[in-house]
Ligand binder design. Sequence first.
Ligand SMILES: Nc1nc2c(ncn2[C@@H]2O[C@H](COP(=O)(O)OP(=O)(O)O)[C@@H](O)[C@H]2O)c(=O)[nH]1
Ligand SMILES: [Mg+2]
Length: 212
Amino acid sequence: MDTSKERTRISKTRGPRYQHLFKVIVVGAGKVGKTSLTIRFAEDRFRESYLPTLGVDFMTKNLTVNEANVKLQLWDTGGQEFVMSLLPFYFSGAAGGVLVYDITNRNSFNSLDYWLKQIRQNAGDVPVVLAGNKVDIGDQRKVSTEEAQAFAADKNLIYLETSAKTGVSVPDLFEGIVKVIMDRESKKRASKTKKDEKEEEKEGEFSFWQKA
Ligand SMILES: Nc1nc2c(ncn2[C@@H]2O[C@H](COP(=O)(O)OP(=O)(O)O)[C@@H](O)[C@H]2O)c(=O)[nH]1
Ligand SMILES: [Mg+2]
Protein backbone atom coordinates (compact mmCIF):
# COMPACT_ATOMS: atom_id res chain seq x y z
CA MET A 1 0.00 0.00 0.00
CA ASP A 2 1.42 3.35 -1.00
CA THR A 3 0.58 5.73 1.82
CA SER A 4 3.01 8.45 0.84
CA LYS A 5 0.74 9.66 -1.95
CA GLU A 6 -2.21 9.64 0.41
CA ARG A 7 -0.25 11.64 2.93
CA THR A 8 0.66 14.26 0.35
CA ARG A 9 -2.95 14.56 -0.66
CA ILE A 10 -4.10 15.00 2.93
CA SER A 11 -1.44 17.55 3.75
CA LYS A 12 -2.40 19.47 0.63
CA THR A 13 -6.06 19.65 1.59
CA ARG A 14 -5.57 20.18 5.31
CA GLY A 15 -2.46 22.30 5.21
CA PRO A 16 -2.62 26.03 5.92
CA ARG A 17 -4.09 28.20 3.19
CA TYR A 18 -1.71 31.03 3.99
CA GLN A 19 1.99 31.61 3.49
CA HIS A 20 2.40 33.93 6.48
CA LEU A 21 0.94 34.04 9.95
CA PHE A 22 1.62 37.32 11.75
CA LYS A 23 0.75 38.28 15.28
CA VAL A 24 0.12 42.02 15.53
CA ILE A 25 -0.59 43.81 18.81
CA VAL A 26 -2.95 46.78 19.00
CA VAL A 27 -1.66 49.16 21.66
CA GLY A 28 -2.47 52.54 23.21
CA ALA A 29 -4.35 54.36 25.97
CA GLY A 30 -7.92 53.46 27.00
CA LYS A 31 -10.86 54.54 24.79
CA VAL A 32 -8.73 55.60 21.82
CA GLY A 33 -10.48 53.05 19.61
CA LYS A 34 -8.20 49.97 19.65
CA THR A 35 -11.13 47.56 19.83
CA SER A 36 -13.19 49.59 17.35
CA LEU A 37 -10.39 49.62 14.76
CA THR A 38 -9.85 45.89 15.18
CA ILE A 39 -13.57 45.13 14.80
CA ARG A 40 -13.90 47.52 11.85
CA PHE A 41 -11.09 45.75 10.07
CA ALA A 42 -11.96 42.17 10.98
CA GLU A 43 -15.74 42.38 10.70
CA ASP A 44 -16.43 45.74 9.05
CA ARG A 45 -18.79 47.04 11.71
CA PHE A 46 -18.78 49.75 14.40
CA ARG A 47 -20.26 50.01 17.87
CA GLU A 48 -21.08 53.39 19.38
CA SER A 49 -21.28 52.28 23.05
CA TYR A 50 -18.10 51.74 25.03
CA LEU A 51 -17.28 48.32 26.45
CA PRO A 52 -13.83 48.14 28.03
CA THR A 53 -11.77 45.22 26.77
CA LEU A 54 -11.31 42.66 29.54
CA GLY A 55 -7.88 41.13 29.32
CA VAL A 56 -7.18 40.52 25.69
CA ASP A 57 -9.33 39.89 22.62
CA PHE A 58 -8.12 37.98 19.60
CA MET A 59 -9.36 38.44 16.10
CA THR A 60 -8.07 36.90 12.94
CA LYS A 61 -8.42 38.10 9.41
CA ASN A 62 -7.18 36.58 6.18
CA LEU A 63 -5.87 38.99 3.61
CA THR A 64 -3.78 39.04 0.47
CA VAL A 65 -0.76 41.32 0.44
CA ASN A 66 1.82 41.37 -2.38
CA GLU A 67 0.07 38.29 -3.81
CA ALA A 68 0.71 36.29 -0.62
CA ASN A 69 -2.03 34.92 1.59
CA VAL A 70 -1.60 36.23 5.09
CA LYS A 71 -3.37 35.23 8.26
CA LEU A 72 -3.30 38.20 10.58
CA GLN A 73 -3.80 37.52 14.27
CA LEU A 74 -4.77 40.72 16.08
CA TRP A 75 -4.22 40.97 19.84
CA ASP A 76 -6.32 43.78 21.28
CA THR A 77 -5.41 44.52 24.88
CA GLY A 78 -7.36 46.20 27.66
CA GLY A 79 -5.65 48.46 30.19
CA GLN A 80 -6.55 46.95 33.57
CA GLU A 81 -3.80 46.38 36.10
CA PHE A 82 -3.87 42.61 35.77
CA VAL A 83 -3.47 43.05 32.04
CA MET A 84 -0.49 45.34 32.51
CA SER A 85 1.33 42.68 34.48
CA LEU A 86 0.77 40.26 31.59
CA LEU A 87 1.99 42.64 28.87
CA PRO A 88 5.32 40.83 28.42
CA PHE A 89 3.33 37.67 27.62
CA TYR A 90 0.81 39.38 25.32
CA PHE A 91 3.47 41.30 23.41
CA SER A 92 6.06 38.55 23.02
CA GLY A 93 6.33 37.02 19.58
CA ALA A 94 4.53 39.91 17.92
CA ALA A 95 5.69 40.59 14.37
CA GLY A 96 4.45 44.17 14.50
CA GLY A 97 2.36 46.70 16.35
CA VAL A 98 -0.45 49.14 15.66
CA LEU A 99 -0.05 52.05 18.07
CA VAL A 100 -3.22 54.11 18.50
CA TYR A 101 -4.06 57.51 19.97
CA ASP A 102 -7.20 59.64 19.74
CA ILE A 103 -6.70 62.94 17.86
CA THR A 104 -9.31 64.57 20.17
CA ASN A 105 -7.48 63.50 23.34
CA ARG A 106 -4.07 65.05 24.05
CA ASN A 107 -3.33 62.72 26.96
CA SER A 108 -3.60 59.74 24.65
CA PHE A 109 -0.97 61.38 22.40
CA ASN A 110 1.26 62.17 25.38
CA SER A 111 1.19 58.52 26.45
CA LEU A 112 2.58 57.28 23.11
CA ASP A 113 6.16 57.31 24.43
CA TYR A 114 5.11 55.05 27.27
CA TRP A 115 3.35 52.58 24.95
CA LEU A 116 6.18 52.56 22.46
CA LYS A 117 8.56 51.73 25.28
CA GLN A 118 6.31 48.83 26.31
CA ILE A 119 6.38 47.52 22.74
CA ARG A 120 10.17 47.85 22.46
CA GLN A 121 10.75 46.18 25.83
CA ASN A 122 8.41 43.26 25.26
CA ALA A 123 8.25 42.71 21.51
CA GLY A 124 11.63 44.12 20.46
CA ASP A 125 12.44 46.21 17.42
CA VAL A 126 9.33 45.26 15.41
CA PRO A 127 7.69 47.53 12.82
CA VAL A 128 5.05 49.86 14.27
CA VAL A 129 2.36 51.89 12.52
CA LEU A 130 0.90 54.90 14.35
CA ALA A 131 -2.81 55.63 13.98
CA GLY A 132 -4.37 58.97 14.89
CA ASN A 133 -7.95 57.73 15.30
CA LYS A 134 -11.37 59.47 15.31
CA VAL A 135 -10.74 61.81 12.36
CA ASP A 136 -14.51 61.83 11.81
CA ILE A 137 -14.70 64.26 14.76
CA GLY A 138 -11.86 66.44 13.51
CA ASP A 139 -13.69 69.56 14.77
CA GLN A 140 -12.65 68.42 18.28
CA ARG A 141 -9.04 67.82 17.31
CA LYS A 142 -6.40 68.48 20.01
CA VAL A 143 -3.31 67.20 18.19
CA SER A 144 -2.35 68.57 14.78
CA THR A 145 -1.42 66.28 11.91
CA GLU A 146 1.98 68.02 11.69
CA GLU A 147 2.79 67.36 15.33
CA ALA A 148 1.87 63.69 15.00
CA GLN A 149 3.84 63.38 11.77
CA ALA A 150 6.90 64.88 13.47
CA PHE A 151 6.58 62.39 16.35
CA ALA A 152 6.23 59.50 13.91
CA ALA A 153 9.21 60.62 11.83
CA ASP A 154 11.34 60.94 14.96
CA LYS A 155 10.46 57.39 16.04
CA ASN A 156 10.66 55.96 12.53
CA LEU A 157 6.97 55.01 12.40
CA ILE A 158 4.47 55.21 9.56
CA TYR A 159 1.63 57.62 10.41
CA LEU A 160 -2.00 57.39 9.31
CA GLU A 161 -5.18 59.17 10.43
CA THR A 162 -8.11 56.80 10.74
CA SER A 163 -11.74 56.50 11.76
CA ALA A 164 -13.12 53.24 13.05
CA LYS A 165 -16.54 54.88 12.76
CA THR A 166 -16.45 55.69 9.04
CA GLY A 167 -13.78 53.12 8.22
CA VAL A 168 -11.47 55.67 6.59
CA SER A 169 -7.87 54.39 6.23
CA VAL A 170 -8.59 51.32 8.38
CA PRO A 171 -7.63 48.76 5.68
CA ASP A 172 -4.53 50.87 4.90
CA LEU A 173 -3.54 50.70 8.53
CA PHE A 174 -3.58 46.92 8.86
CA GLU A 175 -2.41 46.19 5.31
CA GLY A 176 0.32 48.78 5.89
CA ILE A 177 1.72 47.01 8.91
CA VAL A 178 1.64 43.66 7.08
CA LYS A 179 3.55 45.18 4.15
CA VAL A 180 6.24 46.61 6.42
CA ILE A 181 6.58 43.28 8.23
CA MET A 182 6.91 41.42 4.92
CA ASP A 183 9.42 43.94 3.52
CA ARG A 184 11.55 43.64 6.59
CA GLU A 185 11.41 39.83 6.52
CA SER A 186 12.45 39.65 2.88
CA LYS A 187 15.31 42.10 3.52
CA LYS A 188 16.45 39.96 6.45
CA ARG A 189 16.28 36.87 4.26
CA ALA A 190 18.29 38.59 1.53
CA SER A 191 21.04 39.74 3.88
CA LYS A 192 21.17 36.28 5.42
CA THR A 193 21.68 34.64 2.03
CA LYS A 194 24.41 37.17 1.24
CA LYS A 195 26.09 36.37 4.54
CA ASP A 196 25.87 32.63 3.82
CA GLU A 197 27.37 33.17 0.38
CA LYS A 198 30.22 35.19 1.88
CA GLU A 199 30.88 32.51 4.45
CA GLU A 200 30.89 29.85 1.76
CA GLU A 201 33.35 31.95 -0.21
CA LYS A 202 35.53 32.27 2.86
CA GLU A 203 35.37 28.53 3.45
CA GLY A 204 36.33 28.04 -0.20
CA GLU A 205 39.32 30.33 0.21
CA PHE A 206 40.36 28.55 3.33
CA SER A 207 40.36 25.11 1.72
CA PHE A 208 42.25 26.53 -1.24
CA TRP A 209 45.01 27.80 1.03
CA GLN A 210 44.98 24.57 2.98
CA LYS A 211 45.46 22.64 -0.19
CA ALA A 212 48.24 24.98 -1.27
N1 LIG B 1 -16.32 59.19 16.69
C1 LIG B 1 -15.59 58.09 16.82
N2 LIG B 1 -15.68 57.33 17.92
C2 LIG B 1 -14.90 56.24 18.03
C3 LIG B 1 -13.98 55.86 17.02
N3 LIG B 1 -13.34 54.74 17.42
C4 LIG B 1 -13.84 54.42 18.61
N4 LIG B 1 -14.80 55.31 18.99
C5 LIG B 1 -15.57 55.29 20.24
O1 LIG B 1 -14.67 55.49 21.31
C6 LIG B 1 -15.02 54.68 22.43
C7 LIG B 1 -13.87 53.77 22.81
O2 LIG B 1 -13.62 52.84 21.76
P1 LIG B 1 -12.91 51.44 22.01
O3 LIG B 1 -12.70 50.83 20.68
O4 LIG B 1 -13.65 50.63 23.01
O5 LIG B 1 -11.51 51.94 22.64
P2 LIG B 1 -10.34 51.07 23.31
O6 LIG B 1 -10.49 51.21 24.79
O7 LIG B 1 -9.08 51.72 22.83
O8 LIG B 1 -10.47 49.66 22.84
C8 LIG B 1 -16.28 53.92 22.01
O9 LIG B 1 -17.43 54.60 22.49
C9 LIG B 1 -16.25 53.95 20.50
O10 LIG B 1 -17.55 53.90 19.93
C10 LIG B 1 -13.89 56.69 15.84
O11 LIG B 1 -13.11 56.46 14.91
N5 LIG B 1 -14.70 57.79 15.81
MG1 LIG C 1 -10.68 47.91 23.95
